[in-house]
Ligand binder design. Structure first.
Ligand code: VGL
Ligand code: ZN
Length: 199
């Protein structure tokens, strides 16, 4: 079954959002045009509690984008974003959500971040998405969304580790580029791990 996996296409990652990804809104018409080409549509949502440990605001004296240690793992601190049941966590306006068959949320445990749609950053807990996709008989995923250099990248790398064939639809992804070149490096890393990078 041709399957499209949409990563974190949420208000807070769109221009004007709390953790805006430059050009994030440009992917929406492309994603809407892709949807009719697929039989199964799965989406992830970054879905943090307000007290999440990835938020700089929850660490006295720390600022967004600073590195810290969070429960033994390196963590980049972020602005407060995608808080459960707030407008910033909603799917971006204009995204055609009618054919989304299943949504997997991630990032609910305040002690650990979860960039991948499959596992938290320590591979300590699964979201259930990989198991569910396998039960559906899915062997190949086409992936689009934000951010190329964080949640898209870690989802792609986990999908490959889980044995899925992966097509990354690069034109329908945008990244943060905290450091110049991060998106290009992420694309190279995904390709080296076995993803097919489609424009
Ligand atoms: C993301 C940083 C923090 C993403 C989520 O969706 O790429 N990035 N939380
Ligand atoms: Zn997040």
């Amino acid at each position: 079954m041709k399957t499209l996996l949409l990563i974190d296409i949420q208000n807070d990652f769109m221009p004007g959002g709390a953790l805006a990804v430059s050009g994030g809104d440009k992917i929406i018409p492309l994603v809407n045009a892709l949807i009719p080409q697929f039989e199964l549509i799965v989406a992830t949502q970054d879905w943090h509690p307000a007290e999440h440990g990835s938020f700089a605001a929850n660490h006295a004296g720390k600022s967004p984008f600073e590195p810290i240690d969070l429960d033994g793992l390196p963590q980049t601190l972020w602005p407060v974003h995608c808080v459960q049941n707030t407008g910033g966590a909603l799917f971006a306006p204009g995204l055609d959500t009618r054919r989304i068959d299943r949504v997997f949320t991630k990032g609910m445990n305040p002690r650990i971040d979860s960039y991948s749609g499959f596992y938290d950053n320590g591979h300590r807990a699964s979201t259930g998405m990989g198991e569910w996709l396998k039960v559906q008989g899915i062997i190949e995923l086409s992936i689009a969304g934000v951010a190329t250099d964080y949640c898209v990248k870690f989802t792609v790398l986990d999908a490959l580790k889980e044995g899925f064939r992966v097509n990354l639809i690069a034109s329908a992804c945008r990244g943060v580029n905290l450091q110049l070149g991060d998106v290009d490096r992420a694309l190279a890393e995904m390709q080296a791990a076995g993803a097919v990078i489609q424009s």
